[in-house]
Design a protein around this ligand. Structure first.
Ligand code: 6CS
Length: 316
């Protein structure tokens, strides 16, 4: 059969690299073919999710930043400073997290989706027109966020005026001045040329961009066990591949930006400067519980446990 797989990025961006590896593995180990649909070919992220739920697509990559309305618990990834900044700890967490590997699949299943994996894409940094050294500097800055209620709360707590927009509108909105800032991981700031429409990059270590790959559940459940195993193996292989791919990627991407635009200001904020941003975490966490209820609380507690385990496993 031909299986259709849509993702939210271009072929040579992280989600595209993951999808290409997945395709390669499936095709090497079965008679099935995987047809890839990069960003823009089937609409915005909300559109491809609808198509996956309707079974028009067999696979979809949609980041939790867009899944908040469907699965409120997925917004946990927008509690600032929850994910570790240390890459080994982060990878260990994604590999072994009970929340990700056991709890989230149940929540996605309720929406007709078989959650295959979640993986990180890199440290998220802000790009703006003016330097940001404190929340005061974001005052009155219209800041684009993914369409996710908790991310709105989070940027409000950071002092900005959050503006949820689908990705396809961001470049133009920055160019015309409708918004003055946005956030994304380093590789994406470079590949989508955010430096053409903003002048300053600010990294405060508040998050790592998480994404999720899923299958239409009815399709998946209807497959013979052998094909399900092919999908699981391809998922695991692509997961390890994409973690490896990201070694050093953030620094390389920032270097490429410096090369493309030497006058770009790139600020990695100090611990002291980060503190007021870090201080918003508990408030945003409370907002998260308000939105996601008891089930959200359980996920958050489990994630904290998983993070502690990951720290233990990678320390020393
Ligand atoms: O900011 C966004 O909307 C996009 N950012 C990334 C890194 N991937 C896809 C997503 O649509």
């Amino acid at each position: 059969d031909t299986w259709r797989y849509a993702f939210e990025e271009a072929m040579e961006e992280v989600q595209g690299k993951y999808a290409q590896k997945f395709k390669e593995e499936v095709e090497a180990n079965s008679d099935h073919e995987v047809q890839l649909f990069p960003f823009g070919t089937l609409g915005e992220s909300a559109d491809t999710m609808e198509q996956a739920q309707a079974g028009i697509l067999q696979f979809v990559d949609q980041s939790p930043g867009f899944t908040g309305a469907l699965i409120p618990e997925a917004q946990v990834f927008f509690v600032p400073y929850l994910l570790p900044q240390d890459q080994d700890t982060l990878f260990e967490f994604f590999r072994n997290s009970v929340a990700i590997n056991e709890m989230f699949p149940e929540l996605y299943a309720e929406q007709g989706l078989e959650l295959l994996t979640m993986f990180p894409e890199g440290e998220v940094c802000m790009t703006t027109q003016e330097p940001v050294h404190s929340p005061e500097d974001l005052n009155e800055v219209k800041f684009r966020v993914m369409t996710n209620p908790l991310l709105v709360e989070s940027y409000e707590a950071f002092g900005a005026v959050p503006t949820p927009l689908p990705w396809g509108e961001v470049y133009g909105a920055l160019q015309t001045g409708i918004i003055q800032g946005q956030e994304n991981p380093g590789f994406f700031l470079e590949s989508t040329k955010m430096y053409e429409v903003t002048d300053v990059i600010t990294c405060i270590g508040h998050n790592n961009f998480t994404t999720a790959v899923m299958a239409n559940k009815q399709f998946y459940d209807g497959l013979p066990e052998e094909d399900q195993q092919v999908i699981q193996n391809a998922t695991d292989a692509a997961f390890e591949y994409i973690l490896e791919y990201q070694q050093g990627l953030q620094e390389e991407s920032l270097d490429k930006i410096r090369e493309a635009k030497p006058e770009m200001e790139i600020n990695i904020l100090s611990e002291e400067e980060r503190q007021p941003f870090m201080d918003t975490a508990s408030q945003v966490e409370e907002e998260f519980i308000g939105m996601a209820g008891d089930s959200g609380q359980e996920i958050l507690d489990q994630m904290k446990q998983d993070l502690e385990d990951a720290r233990q496993a990678t320390s020393g």
